[in-house]
Ligand binder design. Structure first.
Ligand code: LLP
Length: 427
């Protein structure tokens, strides 16, 4: 477990704040984030790239809470966004427009116009129709759109099928062998300044080999395109850097920086990166209460108040999140199935997990839940949503309150013609 969360006198503590106290004040389920852990991780990446012109644009999709964005922005991070909503979040959290990139395969006219009006750093275009749309909107509004073209390098990222993005059949980017023709076409479009190339091959990549393969391909193209007269000045190398959920190797930012330095040798250009998970995953836990211990003939279940509605990663990607008790005891550990409250068989966090005897009212945390946790939570089954708390050197604040059922349906409407409650007779 990352330094920021550790046991003191057998009680789990985050930056000096006992998780038990947070549960008593805020209730459960609650996401708890350590500011120090996320900022330390960002600084580790920044330090590894000292001397290279590199900007880290935090991928908001991993955790777009305003407090999280602000904490990272205070340390110099920019923002990688995929919608107008995320651009608005980045701006609201204080990220300067000149540090915001806008990616995504489905930018609407409204979103493109908004991004241009806000004066963001660059749009990452994913197709020819998108380039043409950006050109039309930019020239009609008197803007010159800074655009990077997303290259699909056709490589296997060696990660989960559902989070691989850089293979030929994936929907992302343009095929690398079509880039020369597309750039020549883009050059003829008004309102566009082709400023660079972009790549992102997937998420939770723990090995540097796929990066080496993809970057090698993209950087060779970058050099060739410059020789062909394109004035490319930026290389956006995406995100995808893996974290430790179980026994993965932790991502070595220094080795990675050395790899990038080698591949970009002699290339005078600015580097952008879009790390999401790597900055926030290990900086967050999901704090949850045991509702029941249920013993059947052949299994023991620990039924939590957090479920797939709170953290969907295990159900969706077979992801592993370590479960640990908030109070550590020396008692013998038992194999239990840790499950959530949702009426679906897939609502399982882990089977046969070894935990000390726990019962109703006890607290546990699911580790490394700071990325793709709260942002992917849903109102499914209308259970109260998770609260979010940021801890910072002994201080803490609720950075998003829990939404109860009334708040979840407050904006729903019954149309007037259904308003009467009279019974319809059947047969
Ligand atoms: N840039 C682009 C263009 C992306 O599509 C993504 C993630 C990132 C950056 C950030 O990737 P990261 O550094 O976080 O790996 N919900 C999934 C992960 C989906 C990732 C989607 N794209 C999960 O929980 O594993």
């Amino acid at each position: 477990m990352i330094e920021a969360f550790r046991y003191e006198d057998e009680e789990l503590v985050c930056e000096g704040v006992a998780l038990r106290d947070l549960a008593a004040s805020v209730g459960t389920p609650t996401y708890v984030y350590s500011r120090r852990a996320m900022c330390d991780r960002l600084r580790e990446f920044q330090r590894a790239f000292t001397g290279q012109d590199a900007l880290f644009c935090y991928a908001l999709k991993a955790n777009s809470n305003l407090a999280v964005i602000r904490a990272l922005a205070n340390e110099g991070a920019g923002a990688d966004t995929v919608s107008m909503g995320e651009i608005k979040r980045a701006l609201a959290a204080g990220v300067p427009p000149q540090k915001i990139v806008f990616a995504g395969i489905a930018k609407t006219d409204e979103e493109i116009a908004f991004a241009l009006g806000a004066g963001i750093l660059q749009l990452n275009a994913e197709s020819v129709p998108e380039l043409e749309r950006v050109s039309a909107i930019a020239s009609a509004s008197g803007h010159t759109a800074p655009v990077a073209l997303r290259v699909n390098p056709d490589v296997e990222a060696g990660t989960h099928e559902k989070i691989s993005t850089g293979r030929r059949h994936d929907k992302f980017g343009v095929a690398h062998d079509e880039v020369p023709a597309i750039l020549d076409h883009a050059r003829t479009l008004p309102g566009i300044a082709l400023v660079g190339l972009h790549m992102h091959i997937g998420s939770q990549i723990t090995d540097t080999a796929p990066f080496e393969q993809a970057y090698g391909r993209g950087i060779a193209l970058f050099r060739a395109m410059r020789e062909a007269g394109h004035r490319l000045e930026r290389l956006d190398l995406g995100g995808g850097f893996g974290v430790r959920y179980r026994n993965e190797q932790s991502f070595d930012a220094t080795a990675f920086a050395a790899l990038v330095a080698r591949l970009t040798e002699g290339l005078d250009c600015r580097l952008l990166f879009e790390p999401g998970r790597a900055l926030v995953a290990e900086a967050g836990v999901l704090l949850s209460s045991v509702i029941y211990r249920k013993v059947t003939r052949d299994r023991q279940f620990l039924v939590l108040d957090a479920g797939m509605n709170t953290l969907i990663r295990p159900a969706m990607y077979d992801a592993f999140h370590e479960v640990v008790p908030v109070r550590r005891t020396g008692e013998e550990r038992l194999a239990v199935d840790v499950v959530g409250p949702i009426c679906e068989s897939s609502d399982v966090f882990g089977r046969g997990r070894l935990l000390p005897p726990l019962d109703a009212g006890d607290l546990v945390v699911l580790q490394s839940a700071g990325a793709y946790g709260a942002v992917m939570a849903s109102d499914y089954n209308s259970r109260p949503g998770p609260a979010e708390v940021l801890v910072d050197e002994g201080r803490w604040a609720i950075v998003r309150p829990r939404r109860n059922a009334e708040e979840q349906f407050a904006d729903e409407r019954i149309p007037p013609w259904l308003a009467g409650l009279e019974k319809t007779s059947v047969g």
